[in-house]
Design a binder for this molecule. Structure first.
Ligand code: CA
Length: 223
């Protein structure tokens, strides 16, 4: 059974989401605050987290940053009343996989939950390579191939490309790449990510990775 954590302080919304998910065969836990959510995510192995942004205490953005910073890569669907473009981009950059503006219908949420869980299980099933249009990254040999040409990658280049290719079309912040690829051993002011993105573009072509000004980078989904 797939297990889902719902982080939502409104009893009314939580009860309709929990009941709905349970009636569709999901195991659904709920908590009301970001602090509780971080404890539960560290303690249990959820398949998906549904995260409200407006929470008492630390908000949903803070929860996302903190859990991604600690290396928890469970997929997250963000729920937000503040469904402006800025907030959406901020939540993707903070490591969300999808978002929904409130109010939403249960069917819409269910469709997104199913898509997310399916993507996650197919990602773990095909571990040998990542493919995106004309680009293939072999996870065993750690080489990239584009248009029949093979490219050797350094460990950092591979780390960045693997993370970007796992999140096609999403905006990934420099901070996320730093904490993923350089772990805690990095200076947040450093421009080292930009340097490695440049190396990757030189090898694979300028069109594969877009710069999103002031935020970070995005892997082009249809190369
Ligand atoms: Ca709320």
């Amino acid at each position: 059974m797939q297990s889902i954590l719902l982080v939502e302080d409104s009893d009314r919304i939580a009860s309709f989401v929990v009941k709905g998910l349970q009636s569709h065969g999901f195991d659904c836990a709920r908590c009301e605050s970001g602090e509780e959510a971080l404890k539960l995510i560290a303690a249990a192995d959820f398949d998906l987290v549904i995260l409200d942004i407006g929470l008492p205490g630390i908000d949903g953005f803070e929860v996302l940053r903190s859990m991604r910073g600690q290396g928890f890569d469970v997929p997250v669907i963000v729920l937000t009343a503040r469904d402006s473009v800025d907030n959406t981009v901020a939540s993707f950059a903070g490591g969300a996989d999808d978002y929904m503006g409130k109010p939403f219908s249960f069917d819409e949420l269910l469709a997104r939950v199913r898509t997310r869980i399916r993507k996650q299980s197919s990602a773990t099933a095909t571990e040998q390579s990542l493919e995106l249009g004309s680009l293939t990254l072999n996870l065993l040999t750690r080489k990239a191939e584009r248009d029949g040409k093979e490219h050797e990658l350094t460990a950092r280049e591979f780390g960045i490309l693997e993370f970007l290719m796992s999140h096609p079309g999403q905006v990934i912040s420099r901070e996320q790449l730093l904490s993923r690829v350089w772990s805690y051993d990095h200076d947040p002011e450093s421009n080292v990510v930009d340097v490695y993105i440049r190396y990757l573009r030189q090898k694979l072509g300028n069109d594969v990775i877009q710069t999103v000004r002031g935020v970070g980078y995005r892997m082009v989904a249809n190369i």
